[in-house]
Design a protein. Structure first.
Length: 193
């Protein structure tokens, strides 16, 4: 409340000071501002700093004319064709033909884990050329599983973790299908795009 009162008083002081400056510089006529109708009130007090304080001002309100907006033309958008992206249909994957004895495993575990049989074949072809016995350093089998990866995911599946099973085509395909169903395609970075 004190701050509000202080701001009000400062505003009043500034307003009065501004008013006095306007009067002193003859930018305004004190008789008009104060609504003085009788010149006799100010006689002999023209140079007195309190001359205007002794008068009783009357307030006259004059209405300010309001501006009426003139209507403007609203631009109408023209129908210009907008370019659209032409979608390229997704490439149809070329079916990969696996050896006949593996086809049933690819289809069975693709359905069981809801993954693409063609993707299972693509990775197996890329990693081992469908040879379940291939060994490349620590990588073994159709999907070139490292022992630690094999054990991790086989444990999650609740299946036998024996690393020698990496050479078993059915177990290898089953494990790969499970891993792909988890979205872990990064395990085969050179074989998936």
């Amino acid at each position: 409340m004190k701050k509000l009162l202080a701001h009000f008083l400062i505003g009043m002081i500034l307003g009065v000071s501004f008013f006095v400056i306007l009067l002193k510089t003859n930018l305004i006529n004190e008789k008009e501002v104060l609504g003085v109708k009788n010149d006799k009130i100010l006689e002999g007090k023209e140079n007195s700093p309190t001359a205007f304080l002794e008068l009783t001002p009357t307030l006259e309100i004059t209405p300010t004319p309001s501006l009426t907006p003139t209507p403007t033309r609203i631009p109408t958008p023209s129908s210009t064709p907008t370019p659209s992206l032409t979608s390229t249909p997704p490439a149809t994957p070329t079916p990969i033909n696996a050896p006949a004895y593996l086809e049933n495993y690819f289809n069975q575990y693709a359905i069981h884990y809801n993954v693409s049989a063609n993707l299972l074949k693509k990775i197996a072809w890329c990693e081992s050329r469908f040879d379940p016995l291939v060994v490349n350093g620590p990588y073994v089998g159709l999907y070139q599983f490292m022992e630690s990866i094999w054990i991790t995911y086989r444990t999650q599946m609740g299946h036998d973790i024996n690393p020698e099973l990496r050479k078993n085509a059915e177990e290898s395909i089953k494990t790969a299908a499970y891993i792909i169903s988890l979205g872990k395609l990064h395990l085969w970075p050179n074989c998936v795009e």
